[in-house]
Write a protein that binds this ligand. Structure first.
Ligand SMILES: [Zn+2]
Length: 69
């Protein structure tokens, strides 16, 4: 007996035009992650995280200089 193990999947019925493709991708742009300045050293850091540059968080040194590496 003929056993056709064919996987069916969606096939585009119409070619998507350049304009429609570009209109769809108009909303796909990435936005930059938010950064704030470290109040201790001024380095740009992610908010709510220990500063990777000076090891300070909320005005206290929580990671020692030699432990950073
Ligand atoms: Zn810092």
């Amino acid at each position: 007996m003929l056993d056709l193990n064919i996987q069916l999947f969606a096939v585009p019925f119409h070619r998507v035009s350049k304009t429609r493709k570009r209109m769809r991708r108009a909303h796909n742009a990435l936005t930059a992650n938010g950064t704030v300045k470290c109040p201790n050293c001024g380095e740009a850091i992610r908010p709510h995280r220990v500063c990777a540059h000076c090891g300070y968080y909320k005005g206290k040194e929580v990671v020692k200089e030699n432990e950073e590496k």
